[in-house]
Design a protein around this ligand. Structure first.
Ligand code: API
Length: 257
């Protein structure tokens, strides 16, 4: 099938985004999504996003991991699709849209996008890792010498051994200061390390606060793909007013035959 697509990246987490307001895309064609995301036989991306009409919100976001399957919430994808909606002229600086985990607000200034994430109900703190859901499930583990760490092998092992078929994303973090943390992520559904993960860095920021590694609630996360900011407020046993902020860039427009 022929279609126009846009290639985006948010701190190196990259996506194919399609304007599907005419609802033409074959949404159950897992093989097609996986082929479009394939780094050799397709366009290549960590995931694919559809922008669709919505009865009350500005638009609906549908997200697939690069394995071709529908996925849970994508934070970097949410930032990129908000930038795309402004590019299409659907919105101006502010938007409210619906994703798989509910309604999100976002503010777009140039290439800087601030995305409001869902509240986090609970952080499960274990011996040497935490687990929480920031729209997607995340395992957060402190390590040293992060730059030399075997993220793929260790991440894949944890994803399968602890989280089984359902799986989880696995984030390895190394503190750099009271408010700066380096993060590398093994992403479920991509089944590789990605250059950044938006729901992942959100999970890391909140887990570091919950584990007492910081008393700050405005955190900088340094990922291989660039810097992201996360801010939040403690609320009972969980967190609210959680924002993921960073750049979103339209790299090219393409035509899929
Ligand atoms: N792979 C994740 C979804 C995308 C998360 C990531 N790309 C982000 O920016 O949040 C999962 O299956 O849970």
């Amino acid at each position: 099938m022929e279609l126009t697509f846009y290639k985006y990246q948010g701190t190196g987490n990259d996506f194919v985004i399609i304007d599907n307001r005419e609802d033409f895309f074959p949404k159950d064609n897992t093989a097609l999504v996986a082929k479009i995301c394939d780094r050799r036989f397709g366009v290549g991306a960590d995931g694919l996003l559809l922008l669709e009409n919505h009865p009350s919100a500005d638009f609906r976001m549908v997200y697939y991991n690069s394995d071709g399957n529908l996925s849970s919430m994508c934070g970097n994808g949410g930032r990129c699709i908000s930038h795309f909606a402004k590019f299409l002229g659907i919105i101006s600086e502010k938007t409210t849209f619906e994703a798989v985990d509910g309604i999100h607000e976002a503010t777009i200034q140039g290439e800087w996008v601030s995305l409001k994430m869902n509240n986090v109900e609970k952080v499960k703190v274990s011996e040497n890792f935490s687990f929480l859901n920031t729209g997607s499930p995340h395992h957060v583990e402190l390590v040293s010498q992060l730059k030399d760490f075997d993220v793929f092998t260790k991440g894949k092992d944890i994803r399968n051994k602890i989280y089984g078929k359902e799986g989880a994303n696995v984030n390895f973090v190394e503190p750099q200061s009271e408010s700066i943390f380096a993060v590398r992520t093994y992403e479920r559904g991509v089944e590789e390390e990605t250059l950044s993960c938006g729901t992942g860095v959100t999970a890391v920021a909140i887990a570091m606060f919950e584990m007492g590694k910081t008393s700050e609630n405005k955190i900088t996360l340094k990922t291989p793909g660039g810097e992201l900011k996360v801010r939040f407020e403690k609320s009972g046993s969980g967190y609210k007013n959680v924002y993921l902020e960073g750049p979103a860039t339209q790299v090219f427009k393409g035509f899929w035959k």
